[in-house]
Design a protein around this ligand. Sequence first.
Ligand code: DGL
Length: 355
Amino acid sequence: MLNQCVKTGLTLTLICAAFTANAADKLPNVMILATGGTIAGTGATSTTTVGYTAAKIGVERLIEAVPELQKVAQVKGEQVFQIASENMSNEHWLKLAKRVNEVLKKSDVDGVVITHGTDTIEETAYFLNLVVKSKKPVVIVGAMRPATAISADGPINLYNAVALAGSKEAVGQGVLVSLNDEIQGARDVTKTNTMTGNTFRAPELGSLGYMVSGQAKFYRSSTRKHTSETEFDISKLETLPAVDIAYGSANANTLAIDAFAAAGDVGIVYAGTGDGSLSTPVRTRLTELRQKGIHINRSSRVGNGPTVRGGENDDDKTDFTVSDTLTPQKARILLMLALTKTKDSKEIQRMFYTY
Ligand code: DGL
C-alpha cells in the first residue's frame, strides 16, 4: 500500500513538474535591456523622491525584486548602459538600437523591455520607433520614484512592461512606453510633469490603452508608419547628422542658431512661439543659413497641435520644413534620420507627414 502511495505521489509530482515546465514553455520569452534611470535609482531614505541617485541598481536586482515576472514571461536581463537618461546620446541610441534589432532577430525572443530614465524616455522611444526592424513588441519603462522609496512605482511598471512586451496585442503597435498602468505610443507620448506618476501623456492625441492586472487593453493605434515599415536603416551608422534645437521666446535673437551654424550643424529645429512663429531677425538668419545648405525645420514650443506649412512663414519661399505635430525634441530625431537618406526638402517634408 505504502509503495503504491509513494509511486502515486511520485507520479503526481512528475506530472505537476511536467505541467509546470510545459506551462513555463508556453510563456513568452522577454529580454530586458537595462540602461539606468530612476527605476534603478536609490535614495538616502525611503521618503526621498527627489535628490536621489539614478542608475545604481543592476538589471538582475531589478528582476529579482519582481518575482511575479516569472508568471507572465521567461525573462532574461542585460545591462546595456547604466546612466541617467539626461546623458543619453546619439551614440547610446545607435548602440541600443543595434542591440534591440539583434535581439529581436532571435526566434526565441518574443519581445523586448528597455528600462530607462524618464527624462528622455520619449526621445529614445521615438528614435527606436523609426529604426527597429521588427513587429515584435518593444516596451520602454521607467519610474518616477527610486527603487528605495515607499510605494516605488518601478516594480509594477516593470511587471506591466514585461506583460505588455509578451502580449500578442502589442505586436505591430510600434514602440510603446508604459508607466502608471497606461500604454503610450512612442510618437505622441511626452513627459508632462516633473514629479508625478501620471506624467507620461499624449495630451491631446491620447494614450493607446491600459494595463489591467497584467493584461494589455488597446483602444487605438498610431496612424503613422513605424518599426517594420520604416525606411531608415542605422545598421551601418556610427554617428548621426548634427542637428540641434533653438528655443523661441519674446526678445528672440540669433545667438543660438549662429552658434549651431558655426559648430557645423547640418540641421536646426526651431521651437517657435505659437504655430512655429519666427521673430524677424530669426527668420532672416534662418533663411540665410538655409541658403548655405543647413536644413531648417520649423516646430513649436507649444506642445500640442500641428505646426502648419505656410502658416507663420512662407516655407516654400524659404525652403523650410515643418514638424507637423512632432515636438521639437522629436522633430530633431526625425530630421537627423531624414538627413541620413536625403538633402531634398520635399522628401524630408514627406517624411514628417509619414512618421
Ligand atoms: N535623471 C533622470 C533620468 O535618468 C531621473 C528621472 C527618472 O528616471 O525618472 O531620466
